[in-house]
Design a protein around this ligand. Structure first.
Ligand code: PLP
Length: 220
């Protein structure tokens, strides 16, 4: 077996065990395999092993490698998990099935415009900067609930979930708990949280999807 495929298998088993441990339904957590920096030839075996949901953090990189893979495998689901510039909104709406990084008014407005123009609506998540890190994207957690409401009411966007990346040097538990609380307050169902180092913890805190890169594809 290819290295990435055997690691994928291990991650799947760990997710199943974490679901069980948390008393959650088997299969309730979606694995988003984060393939950024890896080439199509490294990704293909993972698709052939049955993985269908992938995450990329740059629009331009994804535009280069995913259209041919999509022709080969029509049932793929692609998530944008990196910061979105407003001048890339059109490309993002055209390419991605899920955009997890809506985090400001201007992006919400641009996405609404492109969704109307292209007649294609990706599912949307609001990214929350739970650690209030200056260098990190995401809306201030104190503004998150009101922002979700404005996305809906002002921009007509159906926000489906929240996403966060906790500070790498902190215990992620409180950040996951905060995101779960904000999702309840905002009335959204999906929680994208947990990466290679902490996806099992995130599942215990209610993650509905985990974004796992290096634990599958190896170090970048
Ligand atoms: C790269 C990335 C991941 C995956 O990180 P790993 O630690 O390699 O699992 C998850 N989420 C986001 C937003 C990323 O940019």
């Amino acid at each position: 077996m290819n290295d990435a495929v055997s690691r994928l298998d291990a991650v799947r088993n760990n997710i199943a065990a974490a679901e069980k441990e948390a008393g959650r339904e088997s299969g309730s957590v979606t694995l988003v395999a984060v393939s950024k920096t890896f080439a199509a030839d490294e990704i293909r075996p993972v698709i052939q092993a049955g993985q269908r949901v992938f995450g990329e953090n740059r629009v331009q990189e994804a535009q280069g490698k995913w259209p041919p893979l999509r022709d080969e495998f029509p049932d793929l689901e692609l998530h944008l998990i990196g910061p979105l510039q407003s001048n890339k909104a059109k490309e993002a709406v055209a390419l991605f099935d899920v955009i997890e990084t809506v985090d400001r008014e201007k992006i919400a407005a641009e996405l609404a415009k492109e969704i109307a123009r292209l007649g294609k609506a990706p599912r949307l998540y609001v990214q929350v900067n739970t650690g209030l890190e200056a260098q990190k994207a995401g809306i201030d957690p104190r503004e998150a609930v009101a922002f979700v409401a404005r996305c809906r009411e002002v921009h007509g966007l159906a926000i489906e979930g929240l996403m966060a990346i906790p500070p790498f040097d902190q215990n992620p538990g409180p950040h996951f708990a905060l995101l779960e609380k904000l999702a309840r307050e905002a009335g959204v169902q999906k929680l994208s949280m947990g990466m290679s180092g902490d996806y099992e913890t995130a599942i215990a805190f209610g993650a509905t999807s985990v974004r796992v890169g290096s634990a599958i594809f190896g170090t970048r």
